[in-house]
Design a protein. Structure first.
Length: 104
């Protein structure tokens, strides 16, 4: 088996997660961070499982911790899934240093 190239089976995600791009042309490897962030934001439990199975927990953890933006609900979910406090996330730190204006 040495020298044989292993090909990963493409994960199956719900098309609604990627409503704004051409679903069939998504490059899961070149756009890994985009895919991971989008799956955690819009996917269901099966989508997240498929994402973790395809990319592995290290890649998922790295993508989520370094994301520039995640909605707060996604941030809390990601924090629970990868078992890291929200203060470790780049998007949380960015949000703290750039608070929104007080809504009148």
């Amino acid at each position: 088996m040495e020298g044989m190239e292993t090909t990963k089976i493409k994960p199956i995600f719900n098309k609604r997660i990627f409503w704004d791009v051409v679903f069939e042309t998504i490059d899961y490897d070149a756009k890994a961070n985009f895919v991971i962030e989008r799956v955690f934001e819009w996917g269901d439990v099966d989508d997240i499982r498929n994402c973790r199975r395809y990319y592995g927990d290290d890649k998922v953890r790295e993508a989520l911790l370094n994301a520039k933006f995640l909605p707060m609900t996604t941030l809390y979910l990601a924090s629970a899934v990868i078992d890291r406090p929200i203060s470790d996330f780049r998007c949380y730190t960015l949000r703290q240093s750039n608070p929104t204006l007080f809504p009148y």
